[in-house]
Design a binder for this molecule. Structure first.
Ligand SMILES: *Cc1c(COP(=O)(O)O)cnc(C)c1O
Length: 492
C-alpha cells in the first residue's frame, strides 16, 4: 500500500489506497436506455476499464474535507502574499456563480450564432465590460484573456498591429526594473527587445534615463502601477506625454488595482491599454495557478485591434460580434474564464463606486500601518507612503545569518501564510507584504508582533530558525529539487 507518512506523524492515505472493490456511493437504477457502448463508434470506446477508486459517499466527503483542511487558504489564514492580493472572496459571489443559469451554461448551447438562450450570461459580460470601462476610464474592454500575462500578451499584440497599421518601424519596449517580471517576458514573447530603466532613489523609474532612452524605435512603455515596490510614480503624466510624442503606446499593468480603483483612472492619466487581474483586485478566487481572468481595456487608438468575439445589443437583444478588419484574431475560446468574470461583476456591483474607493483607501491604510509598525525593525528601502503593499528588507539580519526565507518559515508556525520573499528582485532579502483591506487591526497587530519577535529571535538565537516550521511534516525541503523532481507522496 502506498502511504504518505505526513503531518504530525499522522498517516494519510490516498483515495486510491482507500478504494475497495465493489464499494460505491449512490446505487444507480438499472439501465433502461441503450448503453453508450452500443451506440458510440467503437473507435471512441476505451479498451480497459477506467481505473476509478471505489468508495462510499462518506469516504469521499471525509477524504476531501480532511485534505482541504490541510490547505493554507485565505478563508483560514492571514495571507499577506505581496503582489497577489489575497483578499477575502465574499461568499455572495460564489452563491451567484453557482446558480444553475450560470453554472450550467455551455458554449455550444449557442447554435447558428443565435444567442437566444444565453441572453442573461451575455448581459453580465456586457455589465463587466462597461463597469471596467467606468473604473479605468478606457473606451472598450474584452474579457476573453484568461490571466494577467495572457492579457499583457494581447495588449502588446494590439500595439504591434497599431504600429504596423501606421507603417511605424518599432523594435523596443521600455520596462522599468521595478515592473512585474511578466512585463519584459511578454515584450520578448511578442518579439520586441527590452530596454530596462533603473529605479531612482524614490523607487520610481528614473526619468532622466527614460528621457535619454526614449526614441522613435520604441513601440511601448510598460508600467506596473503601482510598481512592485508598492510605489506610485509621480511623473506618470510626463512619462505618458513623452512616450506619446514619439507615437509610442503606454501600457498599464493593472494586475494590482487595489490602491487605485475608485481613486484614479488609467485612461484619464493617459494610458492606451490596460490589463486587469480580476483574480486579484476584484475578489475572485485564485491560487495554485488558476483559474484567472485578465480583461484588457483600450482607448480609441487601439479599439480597432480588439480580438474576435465581442457582443453588441441590437433591438434589445445581445448578438455576437467578430473583431473588425484590423483585429488581432482570436486570443481565447468563447469568453475566457466566464465564471471568474461573473464573480468580478457581482463583487463590483455589491461595492458600487463608494465601496471601491473605500476598499482602495483601506488597502493603502493597512499596508502603511504595517510599514510604519515594522520600519524600526527592518530596513525599508523606499520608505515613503506606499500604496497597497510595502516592501521591507531582511538584509540587516544577515550579520546574524538570518534570511528573508527564515522569517517566512518562522511565520508558518503561527498559522500565517508568509509574505512574498525575494521579490521584487531589485531589493536584497525582500519581504513584500500586502495585507489587503479585508484584514482588521487585531490581525495586523498579531502579524507585526510575530515579525518583531522574529527579529528579536534573530538577534538572540539565530540558529533556532533552522527548526522552523515545527508544525509541518516537512521542515525545509530543497526548493530547487522540489521543483525539478516533484514528489508529493513521501516525506523527504
Ligand atoms: C500577478 C501579476 C501579473 C501576472 O498575472 P497572472 O494572472 O499570474 O498571469 C502581472 N503583473 C503584475 C503586477 C502582477 O501582480
Amino acid at each position: 500500500m502506498s502511504v504518505i507518512e505526513t503531518v504530525l506523524g499522522k498517516t494519510v492515505t490516498t483515495i486510491f489506497d482507500k478504494s475497495r472493490e465493489g464499494r460505491h456511493g449512490i446505487p444507480l437504477p438499472k439501465l433502461d436506455v441503450p448503453a453508450a457502448s452500443t451506440t458510440l463508434d467503437s473507435s471512441l470506446l476505451r479498451e480497459d476499464k477506467a481505473k476509478l477508486p471505489q468508495l462510499s459517499e462518506f469516504d469521499v466527503i471525509r477524504h476531501f474535507t480532511n485534505l482541504s483542511n490541510k490547505n493554507m487558504s485565505i478563508d483560514k489564514n492571514f495571507y499577506p502574499l505581496g503582489s497577489c492580493t489575497m483578499k477575502y472572496n465574499p461568499k455572495i459571489t460564489e452563491r451567484i456563480a453557482a446558480l444553475e443559469g450560470f453554472a450550467a451554461v455551455h458554449p455550444h448551447m449557442v447554435t447558428n450564432n443565435m444567442a437566444d438562450n444565453i441572453q442573461g450570461t451575455l448581459e453580465t459580460v456586457d455589465m463587466l465590460e462597461k463597469t471596467l470601462c467606468e473604473v479605468t476610464g478606457m473606451t472598450a474592454f474584452t474579457t476573453t484573456p484568461q490571466a494577467g500575462a495572457h492579457g499583457e500578451m494581447l495588449g502588446i499584440m494590439m500595439i504591434e498591429k497599431y504600429h504596423e497599421s501606421k507603417g511605424n518601424k518599432r523594435k523596443y519596449i521600455i520596462v522599468p526594473d521595478s515592473s512585474h517580471g511578466t512585463n519584459p517576458a511578454t515584450a520578448a514573447m511578442v518579439g520586441y527587445e527590452v530596454i530596462t530603466i533603473k529605479s531612482d532613489a524614490n523607487g520610481a523609474m528614473d526619468f532622466d534615463e527614460f528621457k535619454a532612452k526614449m526614441n522613435d524605435q520604441v513601440a511601448a512603455v510598460m508600467l506596473t502601477v503601482p510598481n512592485t515596490l508598492g510605489m506610485y510614480n509621480k511623473k506618470i503624466r510626463d512619462i505618458c506625454d513623452l512616450a506619446h510624442s514619439f507615437d509610442a503606446m503606454m501600457y498599464y499593468d493593472g494586475a494590482n488595482m487595489n490602491a487605485i480603483m475608485g481613486v484614479a483612472r488609467p485612461g484619464d492619466i493617459g494610458f492606451d491599454v490596460i490589463h486587469i487581474n480580476v483574480h486579484k483586485t476584484f475578489a475572485t478566487p485564485h491560487g495554485g495557478g488558476g483559474p484567472g481572468s485578465g480583461p484588457v481595456g483600450v482607448n480609441e487608438k487601439l479599439k480597432p485591434f480588439l480580438p474576435d468575439l465581442g457582443i453588441k445589443k441590437v433591438d434589445g437583444k445581445y448578438e455576437f460580434t467578430k473583431g473588425g478588419e484590423d483585429t488581432i484574431g482570436k486570443i481565447s475560446p468563447f469568453f475566457g474564464n466566464y465564471g471568474i468574470s461573473l464573480r468580478a461583476i457581482v463583487y463590483m456591483t455589491c461595492l458600487g463606486e463608494n465601496g471601491m474607493h473605500n476598499v482602495s483607501s483601506k488597502a493603502v491604510l493597512n499596508a502603511n500601518y504595517v510599514r510604519v509598525r515594522l520600519r524600526e525593525y527592518f530596513d525599508v528601502p523606499f520608505d515613503g507612503l506606499c500604496m497597497h503593499e510595502c516592501v521591507l528588507s531582511a538584509k540587516t539580519l544577515a550579520k546574524n545569518g538570518v534570511t528573508a526565507m527564515d522569517i517566512a518559515k518562522y511565520l508558518i508556525d503561527f498559522g500565517m501564510h508568509a509574505p512574498t520573499v525575494y521579490f521584487p528582485l531589485i531589493v536584497k532579502e525582500a519581504i513584500m507584504i500586502e495585507p489587503t483591506e479585508t484584514e482588521n487591526k487585531e490581525t495586523l497587530d498579531i502579524f507585526c508582533d510575530r515579525m518583531i519577535e522574529a527579529v528579536k529571535l534573530a538577534q538572540r538565537d539565530p540558529a533556532a530558525f533552522q527548526e522552523y516550521p515545527k508544525t509541518l511534516g516537512v521542515c525545509r525541503p530543497d526548493d530547487t529539487l522540489a521543483i525539478k523532481e516533484l514528489n508529493v507522496r513521501s516525506t523527504h
